[in-house]
Ligand binder design. Structure first.
Ligand SMILES: [Zn+2]
Length: 117
């Protein structure tokens, strides 16, 4: 159970938020998560395999990352008829505060034969 006002989670049995006094709901309504609204695109991958490699590297470094497909699913925009979202280039996005580090990590992936570090 969740409070739709302050987003606090309550155990089953509660019916109203102790803080706000509003009725709890089973699930929070789907909608943009504020902290994910302002993502920075750090990579446009020509295919999914490269996207997956990049994503797993960033996640291994503790950087949360999102593909444009995920974002569109999240916002319910991924089902536009006639618009193929799967086969085109896919963007990898991270929160702006992680973008600089993410780009460094991605550059290291793209030039594996260089032993710069
Ligand atoms: Zn509340």
């Amino acid at each position: 159970m969740y409070c739709p006002s302050c987003k606090a989670e309550f155990r089953t049995g509660y019916t109203a938020c102790a803080q706000c006094g509003v009725a709890l709901v089973d699930e929070l309504p789907p909608g943009p998560l504020p902290e994910y609204l302002d993502l920075t695109t750090v990579l446009v991958a020509p295919d999914e395999s490269m996207l997956m490699v990049a994503k797993s590297r960033l996640e291994a470094e503790g950087i949360p990352c999102f593909t444009t497909n995920n974002m569109q699913d999240l916002f319910g925009l991924g089902r536009i008829a006639g618009y193929n979202l799967v086969t085109g280039p896919q963007e990898l996005q991270v929160p702006p505060e992680d973008a600089e580090r993410a780009i460094e990590i991605l550059e290291a992936i793209e030039a594996p034969e260089e032993d710069a570090e």
